[in-house]
Ligand binder design. Sequence first.
Ligand code: DC
Length: 233
Amino acid sequence: MTLKTPKITIAVDGFSSTGKSTVAKRLAKELGYIYVDTGAMYRAVTVYAMQHDLINKTDFDKDLLVNSLDNIELEFIYNKKLGFAEIYLNGKNIEKKIRSLEVSNFVSPVATVSEVRRFLVDKQRLMGLNKGVVMDGRDIGSVVFPDAEVKIFLTANAKIRAERRLLELKEKGFEGNFDEILQNVMDRDHIDSTRADSPLIKVDDAVEIDASYINKEEQFQEVLSIVQKVLNE
Ligand code: DC
C-alpha cells in the first residue's frame, strides 16, 4: 500500500480473544504503522503487583499499587525475529510471562483502578502522538483516542473465544483447561464491561465485526477494507 496519504490513528477495541492483536499487528505491518498492545501494558502492571505481593486470590492492595506506579517502567522493544515489539518491565522482558492464565486472572481488577488507567493512558497517548499507529485494547476509541479516524469493535461468542484462547495458550507452552478459560473469559467480559472507569463499550462511530464465524484472513480483509476506505476519502 502506498503511503502518500496522511497517517491516521486506528483503534481496535473489543472483548478478549476476538483476534484484536492478530489483526492490529498485521494491519500495522501492512501500513508501516506502529502497533501498540495496550492489554500488554495492563498485564505488565499486574505482573509488577504479583511480584511485589500486592495481589493474590484473596487480596489486592490497590493503595500500595497506586503508590508504586512511579517505580514501574514499561518499554516496548522491537524484536526483529518475531516481527513485533515485546514488553519490558523495569528492563526485563516479560512478554511470555504476561500471557499466563494467572496474569489473565488478575489483570481485570488491576485495570479497574483509575490511577493505573491514567498512568497507562498518558503513555498510550504519547505513543500515538504522531499518528501512524494501530492500538488495540478496550478504551482506545472511547477514551485514549476519541478522534481516531478508524474505530473497530470486535466481538465473538464466548465459547469460541475460549477455544481459541486454549489453543493459543498451548501453542505458547502453557497448560490450559477449557472450563477454567471460559470462566476467565466471561469474568473478564463482565469486569471490563461494567467497571466505572472507561468500561468496554462500542462507541457510535465504531464499526462492529463479529468474529465468531469468520477466519483470521476474512477478519483482516474486512478491517483492511474499512481502513482503505478512510485512507481514500
Ligand atoms: O487485551 P488483553 O486480554 O491482553 O487485556 C488484558 C486486560 O487488560 C483486559 O481484561 C482488560 C484490560 N485492558 C483494559 O482495561 N484497557 C485496555 N485498553 C486494554 C486492556
